[in-house]
Design a protein around this ligand. Structure first.
Ligand code: 8YV
Length: 327
């Protein structure tokens, strides 16, 4: 405890060098438990704090901000920031930062891994083998879908979407199509070999559709019954962005009735709870939100979040601000 230092909260377990660095600058309250703080605990621990190092599990709402008037900076160790009311932060002149770029390639790797595991039925195969049910060979045994040379549909073409496009085009000779709120510049489209399509046309043409768009009120359940009905019965759907993009009951019904072939999900609407309707299906690969989970990338994210917090509270320009207008 140092009366001269600004008070900050580290709201989740963090790498030792990050805790050390923040402790050198600030009077740190460190929640190092495994479970996230509840909303009430978070509000209580934020009293008197000017800065917060958070992750995707801490929600920063307008109500919370009103209860923590001293807060000046919220630095999340995530690229997504749908857990933060950015407009409310800006209105209160609270700086918000995230961690873009450092996780782009790692997350694209996981997206591609999930796409391949889904298309090639690897989850089903592993479960069957572990259950002692691998008895023989048959011509159609676990026969899935090809990845190479097929049409890769990317919904949301930001940094991670473009990194997936490069893997598809240059690694697997895929025909890349995308839909995004704003179309890419012509030279970027040419470099990626990516065709811009309307959302409906993308759904119709994709052999493998991957969701990489930010979650918001507008994108909530952007894949539901009507959208799934446009997809090919042989298509696979992969979601590495946010669970709320997909109506999970509608997806479970489409998979059960083989209206699409398979799905790979790394994110879930109520995570860490998983919709039981999904758990019982064979034609789905499920991973527990591990898109950015490599040690080098998680360290880079944590260090960037800490650098943002130090800069924000010491008058230096933060590396990756989301609302620089409050500075
Ligand atoms: C994180 C993510 O694991 O960065 C994001 O937006 O979804 C993941 O990389 C998670 O949010 C931890 O903060």
């Amino acid at each position: 405890m140092d009366a001269l230092k600004l008070k900050v909260l580290i709201a989740r377990r963090a790498p030792a060098d990050v805790v050390e660095k923040l402790s050198a600058h600030f009077d740190v309250d460190f929640h190092d438990g495994e479970a996230p703080l509840s909303a009430d605990e978070l509000r209580a621990r934020l009293q008197g704090k000017v800065g917060a190092y958070i992750t995707g599990t801490e929600r920063i709402t307008a109500e919370l901000l009103a209860a923590c008037p001293e807060l000046r900076a919220v630095c999340t160790m995530s690229v997504g920031y749908n857990h933060i009311d950015l407009a409310a932060c800006t209105a209160r002149r609270v700086l918000v930062t995230n961690t873009p770029d450092v996780l782009t390639e790692t997350t694209a790797d996981l997206g591609f891994a999930l796409l391949m595991a889904t298309a090639r039925r690897m989850g089903e195969g592993e479960r069957l083998l572990r259950d002692g049910l691998w008895k023989s060979w048959a011509w159609d045994f676990l026969a899935g879908a090809d990845v190479h040379g097929t049409t890769l549909g990317i919904l949301g073409m930001g940094r991670i979407g473009q990194a997936i496009a490069r893997r598809g085009r240059f690694g697997f000779g895929m025909n890349v199509a995308y839909h995004n709120r704003s179309r890419l510049p012509a030279d970027t489209e040419a470099e990626l070999g990516a065709r811009y399509l309307s959302k409906d046309e993308l759904l119709r043409q994709a052999d493998h559709l991957i969701l990489v768009l930010p979650y918001s009120a507008e994108s909530h359940h952007c894949i539901a019954t009507a959208e799934l009905a446009l997809m090919k019965p042989t298509a696979t759907l992969v979601n590495i962005a946010r669970g709320g993009l997909v109506d999970e009951d509608a997806l479970a019904a489409a998979l059960r009735e083989h209206r699409i072939a398979a799905a790979g999900l790394d994110v879930f609407e109520g995570e860490p709870r998983v919709n039981p309707a999904l758990l019982s299906l064979p034609n789905i690969v499920l991973t527990p939100h591990i898109g950015s989970a490599t040690m080098p990338t998680r360290l880079a994210m944590a260090r960037l979040a800490a650098d943002n917090l130090v800069a924000a509270l010491t008058g230096a320009p933060p590396p990756t601000p989301l609302n620089p207008e409050v500075l």
